[in-house]
Write a protein that binds this ligand. Sequence first.
Ligand SMILES: NC(=O)c1ccc[n+]([C@@H]2O[C@H](COP(=O)([O-])OP(=O)(O)OC[C@H]3O[C@@H](n4cnc5c(N)ncnc54)[C@H](OP(=O)(O)O)[C@@H]3O)[C@@H](O)[C@H]2O)c1
Length: 217
Amino acid sequence: MTQQLSIGILGAGRVGTAVGRQAIRAGHTVRIATGKPASEIQLLTEVIVPGAQAVDKEGLRGSDIIIVAVPLHKYRSIDTDVLQGHVVIDTMNYWAPVDGVMEEFESGASTSEVTADFFGDVRLVKTLNHIGYGELEVESQPSGAPGRRALAVAADDDDAKQVVAAFIDSLGYDAVDAGPLAAGQALENGTDIFNGRHDAEQMRSLLDQCHRVLSNA
Ligand SMILES: NC(=O)c1ccc[n+]([C@@H]2O[C@H](COP(=O)([O-])OP(=O)(O)OC[C@H]3O[C@@H](n4cnc5c(N)ncnc54)[C@H](OP(=O)(O)O)[C@@H]3O)[C@@H](O)[C@H]2O)c1
């Protein structure tokens, strides 16, 4: 049986609302915030994510998991105080044509290593960045279904990774361990993992290939 979690979502756009709906279907409690007061997203939340609660960003504190679903070019505007001490999922992708060229993401490090440094004392987990917001609800399958889609999960903190893996499973996807946060490069924009749909076996094979390439670089 799925463990009910309190899920906080920062960002009420395409990704934040799709993840919110799917989390509610899975039986979790969901609170959603943006940088604006809760009153400004209350109606949107009621209509687009029925069952979720709109809160001020401070109202995300205490969530079992906080999901950051904000455009990457805005990451420096995030109130990082709210995230401190939490398990945080980074869904953000860097794509220069949309985000503009950002020097810190041009170095070849994983984008989540950069955001982890900025966020501070958080247990950051990269996942949910490599599934389209429009796919998340329609591609979900119960555990054990043949060909169930897999999502890779990268983090330095193993306990946080476990919590997030169980959450991913509850959303209808096999969670595959991608290794440390640095290995999150393997699921970034432009990679085979980012561009395709893979079951767990295929995902493990792609991750093995990426790890070999990265360790020889
Ligand atoms: N598109 C996809 O299928 C997909 C899939 C996986 C991951 N991603 C990644 O997910 C991230 C979000 O994408 P999206 O398409 O959901 O973006 P979006 O539709 O533009 O929504 C962004 C949300 O973030 C909020 N926001 C902006 N700055 C904020 C801040 N400082 N603090 C709190 N909230 C803030 C916005 O609120 P306001 O409107 O009030 O500014 C808005 O609710 C991106 O990095 C994207 O690459 C996208």
